[in-house]
Design a protein around this ligand. Structure first.
Ligand code: HEC
Length: 254
């Protein structure tokens, strides 16, 4: 009995060592033999890719089928059920001029029929930031603005918003303005320029949603006036604001 047990133990030790040896590979970039490849790599089903071929197998029914389709015009993405958020996300009512198709790559948009240069941009001067700052939300809005700015704008506009980002100081790029010189612009104009682009700045409509752009508009105001959007303890704005967009959400009198 004991002898048989020994033989079995020895045989299984040899088998396990054998399996381990076989699964190794001389190529140091290879994981060796994969016993369950599905656990290591999922099929590469990616949008915009012809995934008719998955791991060497051609699937005729999937071949050349676009997996991500462009949504129909005026589709509003789902942003939850918070009414304030949803209202901020509704389609933008200002249109680009047809020239933006060649200057900023905005194909397939509804262009303005007004031929006056900058007509819509000038109209946007009166649009107020619909994301209204108050005592409770301002800190979070500026924090989010800082994040978005660092990820999308700082390399050109600079950490201080003075137009001296690394893209500019390296000599790769020029013509980025100092935000301080843009204080006279309306909130809507800042939004319009970020959304559709302006001059050498590209459009951000496809990269940032409208709430994020309005958040950045607040953040830009902060560069223009450090106390923009700060509140005194009674909830009134300590600052008359760069624009008059800061509506004060006064707490109810007790
Ligand atoms: C590739 C560099 C680059 C990036 C990235 C960039 N900008 Fe700009 N930005 C510019 C340039 C150049 C101008 C000047 C455009 C002009 O007036 O011709 C400008 C102008 C502006 C203006 C003034 C618009 C006006 O109406 O005069 C605002 C506001 C602005 N940018 C905000 C942003 C924000 C916010 C981001 C990030 C989401 C951003 N920019 C990303 C280069 C850039």
């Amino acid at each position: 009995m004991n002898k048989i047990f020994k033989i079995i133990t020895n045989l299984s030790a040899v088998a396990v060592t054998g399996i381990i040896m076989v699964s190794c590979s001389a190529d140091k970039d290879s994981a060796g033999l994969e016993y369950m490849p599905d656990m290591y790599r999922s099929p590469a089903i990616e949008p915009y890719v012809d995934y008719g071929e998955v791991r060497g197998k051609i699937n005729e029914t999937l071949k050349n089928t676009a997996s991500a389709l462009t949504p129909p015009k005026h589709t509003v993405p789902y942003y939850g059920t918070n009414e304030e958020d949803v209202l901020l996300m509704l389609p933008y009512n200002r249109k680009p001029s047809a020239a933006f198709a060649s200057t900023h790559g905005l194909f397939g948009y509804d262009y303005t029929t007004n031929t006056e240069a900058d007509y819509e941009y000038n109209q946007a001067a009166n649009d107020k930031n619909p994301l209204i700052l108050n005592v409770k939300n301002s800190e979070a809005i500026f924090k989010k603005g800082k994040e978005l700015f660092a990820a999308n704008c700082m390399h050109c506009h600079g950490e201080k918003g003075d137009g001296n980002g690394p893209m500019v100081t390296s000599g790769a790029y020029a013509g980025v303005p100092n935000y301080a010189d843009k204080a006279a612009l309306g909130d809507g104009q800042l939004f319009y320029s970020i959304y559709y682009g302006k001059g050498a700045m590209g459009a951000h409509a496809s990269m940032l949603n409208k709430k994020e752009i309005w958040t950045l508009v607040h953040y830009i105001r902060k560069f223009q006036n450090a106390s923009y959007g700060t509140f005194s303890p009674d909830g009134t704005s300590a600052v008359a604001a760069v624009s008059d967009s800061v509506k004060v959400d006064k707490p109810a009198k007790k």
